[in-house]
Design a binder for this molecule. Sequence first.
Ligand code: NAP
Length: 279
Amino acid sequence: MSKKHFGLLGYPLEHTLSKFIHGRLFEMANVNADYEIFPIDSLNSESYLKNLRTLDGFNITIPYKQAIIQFLDELDERVRICKSVNTVKNTGVSKGYTTDADGFLKSFEHGSIPLKGKVVILGAGGAARAIAYGCCVEGCEVIIVTRTNSYKKGESLVDDIKRNFDYSEISNCSISDLKGDIDIFINATPVGMYPHSDGMPVPEALLPSFGAVFDIVYNPIETKLIKAAKANGLKTITGLPMLVWQAAATQKIWNDSEFRLDDILQLIEDTEKKTRKEF
Ligand code: NAP
């Protein structure tokens, strides 16, 4: 089999674990492929065409999950609903998909928290959009929370899901207006991500009103938010399992690869060990 070429587009990317994870998945699935990191600090047609169009496929992360859409030929149905792309497959035409919702739902399926009830998602970027879609698929009451200046972004996410998914149990507010008991609080912002690991996305005083906390940030493995949630006696799920599960779903799209549950759980453990050692 001739060698295939894949990669990751985003900025900044010094925190990424994707090369390691995809390398291991290629080995497991017996696919002859490499995976290159493209830290591109502004996305335009030139950078897209020069670096990415020639690959067999690529991932997109912060901050381009929405901006990439304009350069693609086709969009999967889920992308049409939530307007976020983390995976592109190039076969002459470039098609955009999102596997973030798969990763998110799998990490709940194998975590200790049922995904139900009133769920607050902090952030209205690419990852928040896919997670909001996942929560709506599961029938949760979803509240998108943003900084006051980004209220319109939250409103636009809610409008997209209401219109494209015909779902009404979703609303938005500013973080200063967040109140009442919340079953699950989800951080879908980069706050707390390496190398700015001291960041805390919500005031600690709010933690007692949460039933559980999920932090999408995967590096460090235990963010400041996760540590504070545990100290408050809350159940938690960290971001790394989602990262591995979404990568496995991406390889299904790229190469039709299937993985055994035990192998994915082992990869999650190995990636955690590697992260704790190297960062
Ligand atoms: P993005 O599209 O750039 O969106 C980031 C969002 O975070 C925006 O809504 C932004 O709001 C908000 N934000 C940033 N700083 C904030 C602050 N101090 N307070 C409140 N909101 C803030 O990025 P993304 O692609 O969604 O990625 C977000 C993070 O998730 C990254 O760290 C990424 O590595 C991680 N991620 C993890 C996984 C996983 O599998 N675990 C998957 C996808 C993404 P403003 O408009 O106000 O700036």
